[in-house]
Design a protein around this ligand. Structure first.
Ligand code: GLU
Length: 308
């Protein structure tokens, strides 16, 4: 990648173009998310040397939602028994919505850890690993990769999803039916929703992306192979039923969340974080997708692009 200073002008242009996009809708199926200002918009980039570009509302705290699936899977890869983990969740793209239940019923095992069914199964394994300390231990793991020891949970969003998450409850009961959960459904969901409600900024996302880009955790406390495996599954499954098109057009690993956050990783080069609360019917932010499409093209970031 060009030095970060050289792409500042590109980022400014991309930011202004994307700001004009107002398609999509703020997520309402988690009632607490409906209160957010739809016009918030932030873009952050952090390269592997730690240099940063930040634009817009980059200090605004939002909940990770499905971006947490990257971290809970990383944690499970790092600390849980690998054959147990592979037994409980696959690494194949579903081509279905993030909360799809159909394939789970047919195949009796979640397709991958980036969709709700997979992440709920992973959460159960983390509970087995950590027992009653599952929440603080997993948050400490998240914090090691994000580079923050003070991560907090948005309790209102957590409660809101606990109160209304009947579809995830259905998925969890199906997992339990197939013998894929060792703990009570409500306990597993409470931890899963807590992970989804972890708050961060686009700046945190970009720094997390930069750590993944190097496959090397600053504290040295997470295995390289863990980060390699997480990036592989983000590349093929991170954007749900938009994953194929995303790799085709943008060309690097990413993970979206229904609060409007988008984490992208340009291996060996940089992490990119975008936040814009309006999301499309595939659960990702149209502004976030456009920012990445334009950056990939204008800064030549596609993994399979020829060096310029
Ligand atoms: N907490 C959300 C859910 O489980 C996350 C979904 C997403 O961000 O895609 O429905």
């Amino acid at each position: 990648m060009m030095a970060l200073a050289q792409i500042e002008t590109i980022v400014d242009g991309v930011f202004e173009r994307a700001r004009a996009v107002t398609t999509g809708h703020v997520t309402t199926y988690i009632p607490e998310l409906a209160h957010v200002d739809p016009n918030l918009f932030a873009v952050s980039i952090c390269d592997v040397s730690g240099a940063e570009i930040n634009r817009g509302d980059f200090e605004y705290l939002f909940t990770m939602q499905s971006i947490s699936k990257v971290l809970s899977y990383a944690c499970a890869l790092d600390v849980c028994d690998r054959s147990r983990l592979d037994e409980r969740v696959g690494v194949e793209a579903t081509g279905e919505e993030f909360d799809s239940i159909i394939k789970l019923d047919r195949h009796k095992r979640p397709f991958n850890p980036m969709v709700n069914a997979g992440a709920i199964a992973v959460t159960d394994l983390l509970m087995t690993q950590y027992g009653s300390r599952a929440l603080p231990e997993t948050l400490a793991f998240f914090g090691r990769l994000i580079g923050r020891a003070d991560l907090a949970i948005d309790e209102d969003v957590h409660r809101s999803e606990l109160r209304t998450g009947e579809r995830n409850r259905a998925i969890a009961h199906l997992l339990k039916n197939f013998g894929l959960l060792d703990h009570p459904v409500e306990d597993v969901l409470s931890l899963y929703f807590a992970h989804c409600a972890v708050q961060l900024t686009t700046r945190d996302l970009a720094r997390l992306g930069a750590t993944l880009a190097t496959r090397s955790c600053p504290s040295g406390m997470v295995r390289h192979s863990t980060l390699r495996d997480v990036l592989s599954v983000m590349l093929t499954c991170g954007m749900y039923n938009y994953a194929g098109q995303w790799v085709f057009e943008v060309g690097y690993p990413a993970k979206s969340g229904v609060s409007g956050g988008l984490l992208s990783v340009v291996p060996d080069r940089a992490g990119i974080g975008v936040f814009s609360p309006r999301v499309d019917d595939k659960g990702s932010s149209p502004r976030g997708v456009l920012v990445n499409r334009m950056l990939s093209e204008q800064a030549n970031l596609h993994l399979f692009a020829c060096a310029q």
